[in-house]
Design a protein around this ligand. Structure first.
Ligand SMILES: Nc1ncnc2c1ncn2[C@@H]1O[C@H](COP(=O)(O)OP(=O)(O)OP(=O)(O)O)[C@@H](O)[C@H]1O
Ligand SMILES: [Mg+2]
Length: 240
C-alpha cells in the first residue's frame, strides 16, 4: 500500500535519511523504531509531503506521490498525525474533526457517512465526546493529542502515519492509545507507527523496522524483532 524506496531527505545542507526503503502492506501496522534524532519524524514528513525527498521514490498504492504537495497527498488518501499536536486552537473539537474529513466533502475522497464516522470517533475517544463543543486550544495536552489522532482517522484514509501518538500522555491514556491502535488494526486500517514505547508498539504491529542514523539497520516481523537480543538491549528496555 505504502512503498518507500531509497528515500533520501534532510534539512538545508544536512542529509538525515540516507536511502531508506520500507513497505507498509495493506491492512498491516508497521512500526518504525529508533533513537531520538534517528530520522523517524523526517521519514514521515518526507512521505506526507511536509518536506521534499531528495532522492528515491514513495508510492501510495499505484500512485507515485514522491515530492507532491502535502494537501494533494492527503487527498490521495494518506493521513498524517504529526509529532506534537497540531490542532486548530480556535475551533471546537467537533469542527477540528469535521475538518479532518475535508477531502470527503470536496469529493476528493469518497464521502461515505461522515456523521456516522464522527460518532464513531467520539466513541473511540470518549474524552473528546464530552468536550465536543470546547475550543481545541483549551484541551489538555493529552486531549489535543487524541484529537490529532481522531482527526487523521476522520479522513477515512488508505494509510495513516501516526507519529508518537502517546507522547505526553499519562500512563492510563497511553494504554488507551495502544488499545485504540489495536482496534484500528483489527478493523484493517493500514498504519505506519512511531512510538517511544517500542515494545508496546511491536505488540500492536505486524512488522517493524529499526532506523539508526538515517539507515534501516534491522527489520522483520514484529514478533521476531521483539525477541531479537540486540533490539531488546537497544530499544526495548523498560517502559511500557
Ligand atoms: N526542521 C529541521 N531543521 C533542521 N534539522 C532538523 C529539523 N527537524 C529535524 N532535524 C534534525 O534531523 C534529525 C532527525 O530528526 P527527526 O525529528 O527525524 O528524529 P526522530 O527520529 O523523529 O527523533 P525523536 O525520537 O526525538 O522524535 C535530527 O538530527 C534533527 O535535529
Ligand atoms: Mg520524532
Amino acid at each position: 500500500m505504502l512503498s518507500i524506496t531509497n528515500l533520501h531527505a534532510g534539512y538545508g545542507k544536512v542529509e538525515v535519511l540516507h536511502g531508506i526503503s520500507l513497505e507498509v502492506p495493506k491492512g498491516q501496522v508497521v512500526t518504525l523504531i529508533g533513537s531520538n534524532g534517528a530520522g523517524k519524524t523526517t521519514t514521515m514528513r518526507a512521505v506526507s509531503g511536509m518536506i521534499a525527498p531528495r532522492e528515491g521514490k514513495v508510492m501510495l498504492g499505484d500512485v507515485d506521490i514522491t515530492g507532491r504537495e502535502s494537501h494533494r497527498i492527503a487527498r490521495l488518501g494518506l493521513a498524517h498525525s504529526p509529532e506534537g499536536r497540531r490542532v486548530f486552537a480556535t475551533m471546537t473539537v467537533n469542527d477540528n474533526l469535521l475538518l479532518g474529513a475535508f477531502p470527503r466533502f470536496t469529493g476528493a475522497r469518497s464521502k461515505g457517512d461522515i456523521a456516522a464516522d464522527l460518532e464513531r470517533a467520539m466513541e473511540y475517544f470518549p474524552r473528546l465526546k464530552e468536550r465536543r463543543l470546547q475550543l481545541a486550544g483549551t484541551l489538555s495536552g493529552g486531549e489535543q493529542q487524541m484529537l490529532a489522532m481522531a482527526r487523521a482517522m476522520m479522513m477515512n484514509p488508505d494509510v495513516v502515519l501516526l507519529d508518537e501518538p502517546s507522547m505526553g500522555l499519562a500512563p492510563i491514556l497511553v494504554d488507551e492509545v495502544f488499545r485504540i491502535i489495536s482496534r484500528l488494526r483489527s478493523e484493517g486500517v493500514t498504519m505506519l507507527l512511531v512510538e517511544q514505547f517500542a515494545a508496546a508498539a511491536l505488540n500492536v504491529s505486524d512488522y517493524g523496522y529499526v532506523l539508526e542514523n538515517g539507515r534501516i539497520a534491522v527489520h522483520g516481523p514484529a514478533e521476531k524483532l521483539k525477541n531479537d537480543p540486540a533490539v531488546q538491549a537497544a530499544y526495548l528496555g523498560g517502559g511500557h
